[in-house]
Write a protein that binds this ligand. Structure first.
Ligand code: GDP
Length: 139
């Protein structure tokens, strides 16, 4: 059975552009409950740990520099079929390929500065949520 939780970040480009409020509104209107939320800034090292799975990719260094370039908002979101439904709401990694009406189509600037993160599976959602939030911060 698909899990009820996913993890997201509003990335530095969307924060800088003042789009956090609009993005959170879309998330809530799509039926996701916010189970945890914080605004924070990643160090390059912490960004590297979060994206460790991409260590061997050519864009890893650019990605960790970008993700530590400004504050982000991290959230755990709850909904039936959360991971898959959230990936549909945000759209493809590259905004040029993202479907009309998706968060990345509306707000992303590039394949790297693509406005939001969304977990790709139930186990990563759990790990990513626990990376940012203590149990006492998850509701
Ligand atoms: P996601 O699951 O849609 O976020 O995509 P991935 O897990 O494949 O990649 C993680 C993040 O790395 C993306 O959200 C982008 O911010 C960035 N990224 C992915 N592909 C590229 C790329 O080809 N070039 C650059 N510069 N960044 C990328």
């Amino acid at each position: 059975m698909a899990g009820k939780r996913t993890f997201t970040m509003i990335k530095p480009d969307a924060m800088e552009a003042g789009n956090a409020g609009a993005i959170i509104k879309m998330i809530q209107e799509a039926g996701f409950k916010i189970s945890a939320m914080k605004m924070t800034k990643l160090s390059e090292e912490t960004a590297g740990q979060f994206y460790a799975v991409h260590k061997e990719r050519p864009f890893y260094k650019d990605l960790t520099t970008y993700m530590s370039s400004g504050p982000i908002i991290a959230m755990i979101l709850e909904k039936d079929n959360a991971v898959e439904d959230f990936r549909k709401l945000i759209g493809a990694t590259n905004p040029a390929d993202a479907a009309e009406g998706t968060i990345r189509k509306l707000f992303a600037k590039s394949i790297e500065a693509n406005a939001v993160h969304g977990s790709d599976a139930d186990d990563t959602a759990l790990n990513e949520g626990n990376f940012f939030f203590a149990k006492t911060e998850q509701f």
